[in-house]
Design a protein around this ligand. Structure first.
Ligand SMILES: Cc1cc2nc3c(=O)[nH]c(=O)nc-3n(C[C@H](O)[C@H](O)[C@H](O)COP(=O)(O)O)c2cc1C
Length: 222
Protein backbone atom coordinates (compact mmCIF):
# COMPACT_ATOMS: atom_id res chain seq x y z
CA UNK A 1 0.00 0.00 0.00
CA UNK A 2 1.41 3.38 -1.01
CA UNK A 3 0.08 5.47 1.89
CA UNK A 4 2.23 8.55 1.46
CA UNK A 5 -0.03 11.35 2.75
CA UNK A 6 0.26 12.05 6.45
CA UNK A 7 -2.86 13.10 8.41
CA UNK A 8 -2.28 16.82 7.97
CA UNK A 9 -1.77 16.48 4.22
CA UNK A 10 -4.90 14.39 3.86
CA UNK A 11 -6.92 16.90 5.87
CA UNK A 12 -5.57 19.71 3.68
CA UNK A 13 -6.81 18.01 0.52
CA UNK A 14 -10.29 17.48 1.97
CA UNK A 15 -10.28 21.03 3.28
CA UNK A 16 -9.58 22.42 -0.19
CA UNK A 17 -12.40 20.29 -1.61
CA UNK A 18 -14.92 21.19 1.11
CA UNK A 19 -14.21 24.91 1.16
CA UNK A 20 -13.88 25.47 -2.59
CA UNK A 21 -16.54 27.94 -3.69
CA UNK A 22 -17.70 29.57 -6.87
CA UNK A 23 -16.64 33.14 -6.15
CA UNK A 24 -18.21 36.21 -7.75
CA UNK A 25 -16.91 38.98 -5.47
CA UNK A 26 -13.29 40.04 -5.93
CA UNK A 27 -10.91 42.52 -4.36
CA UNK A 28 -8.91 44.77 -6.69
CA UNK A 29 -5.61 43.60 -5.13
CA UNK A 30 -3.25 42.31 -7.81
CA UNK A 31 -2.56 38.58 -8.02
CA UNK A 32 1.10 37.94 -8.95
CA UNK A 33 1.61 36.23 -12.31
CA UNK A 34 3.66 33.54 -10.53
CA UNK A 35 0.60 32.51 -8.51
CA UNK A 36 -1.60 32.42 -11.60
CA UNK A 37 1.08 30.32 -13.26
CA UNK A 38 0.97 27.78 -10.40
CA UNK A 39 -2.80 27.52 -10.77
CA UNK A 40 -2.42 26.95 -14.53
CA UNK A 41 0.22 24.30 -13.87
CA UNK A 42 -2.27 22.55 -11.56
CA UNK A 43 -4.73 22.57 -14.46
CA UNK A 44 -2.16 21.14 -16.83
CA UNK A 45 -1.52 18.25 -14.41
CA UNK A 46 -5.13 17.12 -14.83
CA UNK A 47 -6.04 13.71 -16.19
CA UNK A 48 -7.06 13.44 -19.85
CA UNK A 49 -8.38 10.71 -22.07
CA UNK A 50 -5.51 9.03 -23.93
CA UNK A 51 -3.34 11.76 -22.36
CA UNK A 52 -4.57 14.07 -25.13
CA UNK A 53 -4.41 17.23 -22.96
CA UNK A 54 -7.05 19.00 -25.07
CA UNK A 55 -6.91 22.29 -23.15
CA UNK A 56 -5.35 25.71 -23.64
CA UNK A 57 -5.41 28.52 -21.09
CA UNK A 58 -5.65 32.12 -22.27
CA UNK A 59 -4.76 34.35 -19.32
CA UNK A 60 -6.36 37.77 -19.72
CA UNK A 61 -5.61 40.88 -17.73
CA UNK A 62 -6.01 43.58 -20.40
CA UNK A 63 -9.00 45.62 -19.19
CA UNK A 64 -10.19 46.51 -22.69
CA UNK A 65 -10.30 42.86 -23.72
CA UNK A 66 -12.07 42.01 -20.48
CA UNK A 67 -14.62 44.76 -21.00
CA UNK A 68 -15.56 43.27 -24.37
CA UNK A 69 -15.88 39.84 -22.78
CA UNK A 70 -17.99 41.21 -19.93
CA UNK A 71 -20.33 42.86 -22.45
CA UNK A 72 -20.75 39.57 -24.35
CA UNK A 73 -21.53 37.78 -21.06
CA UNK A 74 -24.05 40.44 -20.03
CA UNK A 75 -25.92 40.07 -23.35
CA UNK A 76 -26.13 36.30 -22.87
CA UNK A 77 -27.08 36.57 -19.18
CA UNK A 78 -30.14 38.64 -20.04
CA UNK A 79 -31.03 36.41 -23.01
CA UNK A 80 -30.75 33.25 -20.85
CA UNK A 81 -33.16 34.83 -18.37
CA UNK A 82 -35.93 34.69 -20.96
CA UNK A 83 -36.07 30.89 -20.57
CA UNK A 84 -37.28 31.08 -16.96
CA UNK A 85 -40.95 31.52 -15.94
CA UNK A 86 -41.77 35.11 -14.81
CA UNK A 87 -41.23 34.84 -11.05
CA UNK A 88 -38.04 32.79 -11.42
CA UNK A 89 -36.73 35.17 -14.13
CA UNK A 90 -36.89 38.28 -11.91
CA UNK A 91 -35.06 36.39 -9.21
CA UNK A 92 -32.47 35.09 -11.65
CA UNK A 93 -31.82 38.54 -13.11
CA UNK A 94 -31.03 39.85 -9.63
CA UNK A 95 -28.47 37.11 -8.99
CA UNK A 96 -24.82 38.00 -9.39
CA UNK A 97 -23.53 35.42 -11.84
CA UNK A 98 -20.09 36.81 -12.59
CA UNK A 99 -17.39 39.15 -11.36
CA UNK A 100 -15.46 39.61 -14.59
CA UNK A 101 -14.98 43.35 -14.29
CA UNK A 102 -13.65 43.17 -10.71
CA UNK A 103 -11.34 40.16 -10.94
CA UNK A 104 -7.75 41.06 -11.88
CA UNK A 105 -7.39 37.97 -14.07
CA UNK A 106 -9.69 35.94 -16.29
CA UNK A 107 -8.64 32.61 -17.76
CA UNK A 108 -10.38 31.39 -20.87
CA UNK A 109 -10.07 27.60 -20.93
CA UNK A 110 -10.46 26.03 -24.35
CA UNK A 111 -10.95 22.48 -25.56
CA UNK A 112 -9.48 21.22 -28.82
CA UNK A 113 -11.14 17.92 -29.70
CA UNK A 114 -8.78 17.44 -32.67
CA UNK A 115 -5.67 17.36 -30.49
CA UNK A 116 -3.96 13.99 -30.61
CA UNK A 117 -5.24 13.23 -34.13
CA UNK A 118 -8.39 11.44 -35.27
CA UNK A 119 -7.87 8.37 -33.05
CA UNK A 120 -7.27 9.13 -29.40
CA UNK A 121 -6.74 6.16 -27.10
CA UNK A 122 -9.93 5.60 -25.13
CA UNK A 123 -12.00 8.28 -26.88
CA UNK A 124 -13.53 6.09 -29.56
CA UNK A 125 -16.61 5.10 -27.59
CA UNK A 126 -17.43 8.24 -25.61
CA UNK A 127 -16.43 11.20 -27.77
CA UNK A 128 -17.15 13.80 -25.10
CA UNK A 129 -14.32 12.46 -22.95
CA UNK A 130 -12.20 15.31 -24.35
CA UNK A 131 -14.51 17.82 -22.70
CA UNK A 132 -14.57 15.77 -19.50
CA UNK A 133 -10.76 15.98 -19.48
CA UNK A 134 -10.86 19.76 -19.74
CA UNK A 135 -13.40 19.90 -16.91
CA UNK A 136 -10.97 17.89 -14.76
CA UNK A 137 -8.25 20.47 -15.48
CA UNK A 138 -10.62 23.23 -14.38
CA UNK A 139 -11.44 21.48 -11.09
CA UNK A 140 -7.70 21.12 -10.43
CA UNK A 141 -7.35 24.87 -10.94
CA UNK A 142 -10.31 25.55 -8.65
CA UNK A 143 -8.76 23.53 -5.83
CA UNK A 144 -5.29 24.99 -6.34
CA UNK A 145 -6.75 28.51 -6.31
CA UNK A 146 -8.59 27.74 -3.07
CA UNK A 147 -5.37 26.54 -1.44
CA UNK A 148 -3.70 29.80 -2.62
CA UNK A 149 -6.51 31.80 -0.96
CA UNK A 150 -7.69 32.95 -4.37
CA UNK A 151 -11.31 32.95 -5.44
CA UNK A 152 -12.31 31.45 -8.76
CA UNK A 153 -15.63 31.94 -10.51
CA UNK A 154 -16.77 29.85 -13.45
CA UNK A 155 -18.65 31.87 -16.05
CA UNK A 156 -20.38 29.90 -18.80
CA UNK A 157 -22.86 32.44 -20.11
CA UNK A 158 -21.62 33.58 -23.50
CA UNK A 159 -21.92 32.80 -27.16
CA UNK A 160 -18.81 30.83 -28.05
CA UNK A 161 -18.39 32.77 -31.31
CA UNK A 162 -18.33 36.08 -29.40
CA UNK A 163 -15.46 34.81 -27.23
CA UNK A 164 -13.70 33.28 -30.25
CA UNK A 165 -13.86 36.63 -32.06
CA UNK A 166 -12.60 38.66 -29.08
CA UNK A 167 -9.69 36.33 -28.29
CA UNK A 168 -8.82 35.14 -31.81
CA UNK A 169 -9.57 31.49 -31.02
CA UNK A 170 -9.64 29.18 -34.10
CA UNK A 171 -13.08 27.95 -35.20
CA UNK A 172 -12.41 24.29 -34.31
CA UNK A 173 -11.40 25.15 -30.72
CA UNK A 174 -14.16 25.49 -28.12
CA UNK A 175 -13.98 28.17 -25.42
CA UNK A 176 -15.48 26.06 -22.62
CA UNK A 177 -15.07 28.33 -19.60
CA UNK A 178 -14.22 31.82 -18.46
CA UNK A 179 -12.65 31.68 -15.02
CA UNK A 180 -12.38 34.84 -12.95
CA UNK A 181 -9.44 34.78 -10.54
CA UNK A 182 -8.73 37.15 -7.71
CA UNK A 183 -8.51 37.66 -3.96
CA UNK A 184 -11.90 37.73 -2.29
CA UNK A 185 -13.07 39.19 1.01
CA UNK A 186 -14.88 35.98 1.86
CA UNK A 187 -15.21 32.30 0.95
CA UNK A 188 -18.85 31.45 1.71
CA UNK A 189 -19.67 28.41 3.88
CA UNK A 190 -22.16 27.15 1.32
CA UNK A 191 -22.84 27.61 -2.40
CA UNK A 192 -24.31 31.04 -3.11
CA UNK A 193 -27.22 29.45 -4.97
CA UNK A 194 -28.03 27.45 -1.84
CA UNK A 195 -27.76 30.49 0.43
CA UNK A 196 -30.20 32.48 -1.69
CA UNK A 197 -32.67 29.60 -1.78
CA UNK A 198 -32.26 28.66 -5.45
CA UNK A 199 -31.39 24.98 -4.81
CA UNK A 200 -30.21 22.77 -1.96
CA UNK A 201 -27.41 20.22 -1.98
CA UNK A 202 -29.05 16.84 -2.59
CA UNK A 203 -28.85 14.52 0.39
CA UNK A 204 -25.98 12.14 -0.32
CA UNK A 205 -28.13 9.18 0.83
CA UNK A 206 -30.31 9.72 -2.24
CA UNK A 207 -27.54 9.64 -4.79
CA UNK A 208 -25.20 6.87 -3.62
CA UNK A 209 -26.28 3.36 -4.53
CA UNK A 210 -24.68 0.01 -3.75
CA UNK A 211 -24.45 -2.85 -6.22
CA UNK A 212 -27.08 -1.47 -8.60
CA UNK A 213 -29.39 1.45 -9.38
CA UNK A 214 -31.54 2.64 -6.46
CA UNK A 215 -30.14 0.06 -4.02
CA UNK A 216 -29.58 1.79 -0.73
CA UNK A 217 -26.14 2.28 0.74
CA UNK A 218 -26.74 1.92 4.47
CA UNK A 219 -24.72 4.36 6.54
CA UNK A 220 -23.65 1.59 8.88
CA UNK A 221 -22.03 -0.32 5.98
CA UNK A 222 -18.65 -1.71 6.93
C1 LIG B 1 -19.90 23.89 -15.86
C2 LIG B 1 -20.21 24.99 -14.87
C3 LIG B 1 -20.68 26.21 -15.33
C4 LIG B 1 -20.95 27.26 -14.42
N1 LIG B 1 -21.38 28.48 -14.91
C5 LIG B 1 -21.62 29.49 -14.04
C6 LIG B 1 -22.00 30.80 -14.49
O1 LIG B 1 -22.10 31.06 -15.70
N2 LIG B 1 -22.23 31.76 -13.58
C7 LIG B 1 -22.11 31.51 -12.24
O2 LIG B 1 -22.34 32.42 -11.45
N3 LIG B 1 -21.73 30.30 -11.77
C8 LIG B 1 -21.47 29.30 -12.65
N4 LIG B 1 -21.06 28.06 -12.16
C9 LIG B 1 -20.88 27.87 -10.71
C10 LIG B 1 -22.05 27.12 -10.08
O3 LIG B 1 -23.17 27.96 -9.97
C11 LIG B 1 -21.59 26.63 -8.69
O4 LIG B 1 -20.53 25.72 -8.87
C12 LIG B 1 -22.71 25.93 -7.92
O5 LIG B 1 -23.73 26.84 -7.64
C13 LIG B 1 -22.21 25.30 -6.62
O6 LIG B 1 -21.54 26.27 -5.84
P1 LIG B 1 -20.03 26.05 -5.35
O7 LIG B 1 -19.19 25.94 -6.61
O8 LIG B 1 -19.69 27.25 -4.55
O9 LIG B 1 -19.98 24.77 -4.58
C14 LIG B 1 -20.78 27.04 -13.04
C15 LIG B 1 -20.28 25.80 -12.58
C16 LIG B 1 -19.99 24.78 -13.48
C17 LIG B 1 -19.43 23.48 -12.97
Amino acid sequence: MALDFDDAERRAVYKAIATRRDVRVFLPDPVPAAVVRRILEAGHQGPSVGYMQPWNFIAIRDRQVLERIAEAVERERVRAGEKFPDERRDYYLRLKVEGLREAPWTICVTNDSTRGGPVVLGRNTIPETDLMSTACAIENMWLAARAEGIGMGWVSMYEKDDVRAILGIPAHVDPVALLSLGYTPHFADEPILQRVGWRERIDIGQIIFLDGWARTWKEELK
